[in-house]
Design a protein around this ligand. Sequence first.
Ligand SMILES: Cc1cc2nc3c(=O)[nH]c(=O)nc-3n(C[C@H](O)[C@H](O)[C@H](O)COP(=O)(O)OP(=O)(O)OC[C@H]3O[C@@H](n4cnc5c(N)ncnc54)[C@H](O)[C@@H]3O)c2cc1C
Length: 415
Amino acid sequence: MQTRDLSLEQLQNVVGGEHAREATRQDAVDGVVPSFVARPGSVEEISELMRLASGAGAAVVPRGAGTKMHLGNPPHRAEVIVDMTRMDRVLEHAAADQVLRVQAGVKLDELQEELAASKQMLAIDPPEHGATIGGVVAANASGPLRLRYGTIRDLIIGIRVVLSDGTVAKAGGKVVKNVAGYDLSKLFTGSLGTLGVIAEANFRLHPIPEVARTVTVAVEDAGGAAGAARAVARSQIVPSAVELLWDGDRREISVLLESIPGGIGAKVETARFLLRPFGEVREEEGRVLPEMEPAEVELKVNAPPAELSGVIESVTGAAERRGLWVSLRGHAASGVTFAAVSGGGEEDISDLIAELREIRSRRGGSVVLTRATVGLKRRAEVWGYAGDAFELMRRVKEKFDPPGTMSPGRFVGGI
Ligand SMILES: Cc1cc2nc3c(=O)[nH]c(=O)nc-3n(C[C@H](O)[C@H](O)[C@H](O)COP(=O)(O)OP(=O)(O)OC[C@H]3O[C@@H](n4cnc5c(N)ncnc54)[C@H](O)[C@@H]3O)c2cc1C
């Protein structure tokens, strides 16, 4: 099989016979079936693959574990999948300095297990199991812990990437105090495979908290949810997470508290006191936070945290008026709410998205379509309005990837 001027044999010459194959329907990216899958084992092999592919005018889509390949616009083209799962080594863990250097194909779950032996963690908790570090960085993944530790963009301190012409670039390093030049690590965070292939990354680590408790309050209405979230987020107890669950009659705010054994009791007591005015409070050992169930259509509503009740009311109200059913989960004190939408057709859902985007354009924030059929993605536009930054983003893309080899079309505005 031949793609433009690229053959399977050429790819096999770079990565070895058993590490390149013809693609199948299972490798499709939003319905676009690629020609080949290649699994590089080193930075040099990625570089050689990129030179070959861009020289032949073939589009490349990097892939980690594939847990979130549905994010972004459908690609315009996708000839070669660069599968990063062979590059799965921890390169350096300086426990005393709390820093780490890993290859991009390392699985986050496995990494956390390894770090736990030194009582350390990479303080990021996206809901998917099996995701790779490269995928987490490329999609700027996060979870409930973002309230306390920030997102992966706040934890990354260095990166090694391969650009579409095969150039290997490195920025940052092993210390937290890197200041020289533009920060390539942050630019590649959230780039969704459109600027280059992330080969390695360095992170700062945190100690694993010794004890955890979850205090949950069952709230009456959206105002109660917002009030409870605000009360704990602004307090001195410094919660690690404040999570929303809004699913039929289950309406709760859960607060994750972490500390040393001697300090947890006082934190729990204060949380109970602050949450009591909003409803019935219960307490559980460890981390017991609501999880996102996979749904066919998912929206991510970003808004200032103070807008929480407005977000809940606008999403549930707009859905109800169209006969759609929604269930909400979210990082209540960080201003991130996920809506799982079911029922109705593509027209109803894109209508719902348009209404929510209109509200957010006035009140701050955005609505991103994080999971949907290709038909709905085309109808509703995945990212929404990119604002004044769009032209700048387009120029960044042009500088890093002039031939448009990397995941063409997936990013904001079809970049
Ligand atoms: C707008 C947006 C918001 C998101 N919000 C959240 C959130 O709030 N919480 C959350 O938990 N998750 C969120 N995610 C998704 C999360 O990032 C996934 O958990 C993660 O991408 C899964 O990793 P994976 O290894 O399975 O990657 P894959 O599914 O294989 O790949 C994901 C993306 O990264 C690219 N990619 C993979 N590896 C590399 C590499 N080495 N170099 C360059 N590109 C690569 C792929 O081309 C693809 O575009 C969000 C993603 C986006 C785009």
